[in-house]
Design a protein around this ligand. Structure first.
Ligand code: SF4
Length: 412
């Protein structure tokens, strides 16, 4: 057991760098005979297709790797303690944790042992044993190894709920610089294959009831932000293409964590977390707010504003579109008002049929008036100060977050 614990410590720690399954690392000891404890043993949380939050055992099968990707803690030239589970060990751990109610599923990633197929075959064997020998019905998310053969990917799709082929570096040119043994073809080919198979199974299901499930929770991928020189425009353009062409369920963005000096990647003092957060916000606008990539970032503004969120930034760059008349504007335009979420936009459109809306209604609907008030027009809305330039408004909104108590009055 000591050996397993040691492996678990090493391989759950190494797995935390993979954001393609959301995680929440936590360490909390049990004091005074309290209830439970949180350890660094790789239990993380993720969301299933139907929105349920599930806790997963998040580990690597191995952190041995034949490749030497500069941004990765498991790269072969990095001097770290190595370990590897057998298929049976991962199956036993999963079943034991599941029986004790610690987890509701497994997220299994891996370094590359001998070859892509050799590693993929072991990952598939874990999922297959869990499903067929132990009748395990929990959630399984597997990493699909770039370059793995279609037969193995097909089997993986039959046993796993979700697969992620991680792109990691958002442009092929930079991938060559930091991971010379990898190439985009090896990454995109399995992604294409899984997308096509998923379509085929979904179509078959319409005609043949007994068609088995194939990747019911779809595919995701991860992009690393800040290890290479891509701007936010390139990153979001790639993500948008993946959503449209591959129908990916999620693109995860991971602020590059500087691991140990490797002169192929920048020496950062801290991960670019604000940038990562802004990219997530922009991704949200693409998926739920009907924004196009060009609305958020473009040749003129290739990077997101780190001081205000992307929706505020859009409004400040497009003063001719604001203020928006709450009682008459299209749903799409209502969605673009900073501080108005999807639910409140829907409420605005459905309730203005019956009555003319004013500020109080918006507050009841959950609109964040602190931001929205600068960009809306309706009875009771503050009169816009004509001399106020967007630059000043930007300063005000930034100050709003930090020096709220001393905020000057905008409307006189
Ligand atoms: S192939 Fe994967 S595990 Fe291996 S060094 Fe590259 S990123 Fe790390």
């Amino acid at each position: 057991m000591g050996n397993i614990l040691e492996k678990l410590t090493i391989l759950s720690d190494a797995a935390k760098y993979d954001a393609s399954c959301s995680s929440s690392g936590s360490k909390r000891a049990n004091h005074n005979k309290g209830l439970g404890d949180a350890t660094g043993m790789g239990i993380c949380h993720s969301y299933t297709e139907d929105g349920r939050c599930v806790s997963l055992l998040k580990i690597l099968l191995t952190n041995h790797c034949i490749y030497d990707c500069a941004y990765c803690v498991s790269r072969r030239s990095n001097d770290v303690k190595r370990a590897g589970f057998t298929v049976e060990e991962v199956v036993d751990l999963t079943i034991n944790f599941y029986r004790r109610n610690y987890i509701e599923g497994l997220f299994l990633s891996s370094g590359i042992f001998k070859s892509a197929d050799n590693t993929m075959e072991r990952l598939v064997r874990v999922a297959k044993t869990l499903r067929t020998t132990h009748n395990f019905n929990g959630y399984i998310h597997l990493k699909a190894i770039p370059g793995a053969s279609p037969e193995l990917l097909h089997e993986a799709g039959l046993y796993a709920d979700r697969l992620s082929v991680n792109i990691e570096i958002p442009s092929e040119m930079n991938l060559k610089k930091v991971a010379p043994e990898k190439n985009y073809t090896d990454i995109i080919t399995p992604m294409n294959y899984l997308t096509e198979e998923k379509f085929r199974y979904t179509d078959d299901k319409k005609h043949f009831k007994k068609t088995p499930l194939f990747l019911p929770a779809g595919q995701s991928t991860q992009l690393i932000v800040g290890a290479t020189s891509e701007n936010d425009h390139q990153i979001l353009q790639l993500a948008d293409n993946l959503y449209n062409t591959q129908k990916l369920k999620r693109v995860y963005y991971s602020g590059y964590v500087p691991i140990k000096t490797d002169n192929r990647v920048p020496l950062l003092s801290a991960p670019p977390l604000i940038r990562e957060n802004r990219i997530y916000q922009a991704d949200w606008l693409l998926r739920f707010y009907k924004f196009g990539v060009g609305d958020i970032v473009n040749d003129q503004y290739p990077n997101l504003d780190l001081e205000v969120d992307p929706k505020v930034s859009y409004a400040l760059r497009n003063p001719h579109l604001f203020p928006v008349d709450i009682n008459h504007a299209d749903y799409e335009m209502i969605l673009r008002i900073p501080g108005v979420g999807v639910k409140s936009a829907q409420k605005i459109v459905s309730s203005r049929i019956h009555q003319r809306l004013h500020m109080d209604h918006l507050q009841q609907m959950g609109v964040a008036l602190k931001r929205a008030r600068y960009f809306i027009q309706c009875p009771g809305a503050p009169v816009q100060r004509k001399d106020l330039q967007m630059h000043d408004l930007r300063q005000l909104l930034i100050a709003d977050k930090t020096v709220q108590k001393t905020q000057m009055s905008l409307f006189g």
